[in-house]
Design a protein around this ligand. Structure first.
Ligand SMILES: [Zn+2]
Length: 133
């Protein structure tokens, strides 16, 4: 779908193939287990938890996903994946991303008021952050 800019990712169209292990887990970044768990502990209320399978190098295995949202409440196509392992090292903990978003600032930014409009220049995701009150 080249050239098609989309604003948000949906569970049905975008994330379901990932969390069913129908496609390879995209753009994996391994993270330490304690770091992932700590972020889930503090910010878990803002993630969407989904259980399923991840596919890595053609192998499907039980995985718990925590999907990220943007400030507008839509899915960003990113998340944490906690992948089962029977080995002594335990679960493999990762970040994944359908798109490695690159933010392009929008017009009208007002950093002093915490207003940072923008979108991903690759996929069009709304990456606006409003940390003001
Ligand atoms: Zn993007």
């Amino acid at each position: 779908m080249p050239g098609l800019l989309r604003k948000t990712y949906t569970l049905e169209e975008d994330l379901t193939p990932v969390i069913k292990g129908e496609v390879e887990l995209p753009n994996i970044e391994d993270l330490e287990q304690h770091r992932v768990l700590s972020h889930i502990a503090s910010g878990g209320h803002s993630f969407t938890p989904k259980w399923g399978y991840s596919k890595i190098d053609g192998h499907k295995t039980w995985t718990f996903f925590f999907l990220f949202h943007n400030q507008a409440g839509g899915l960003t196509g990113e998340g944490y994946a906690v992948r089962y392992s029977s080995g002594v090292e335990g679960a493999r903990t990762m970040r994944f991303a359908i798109c490695k978003h690159e933010k392009q600032g929008g017009s009208g930014a007002d950093p002093r008021r915490g207003w940072h409009p923008g979108h991903c220049k690759l996929c069009g995701l709304d990456m606006t952050v409003d940390s003001g009150d």
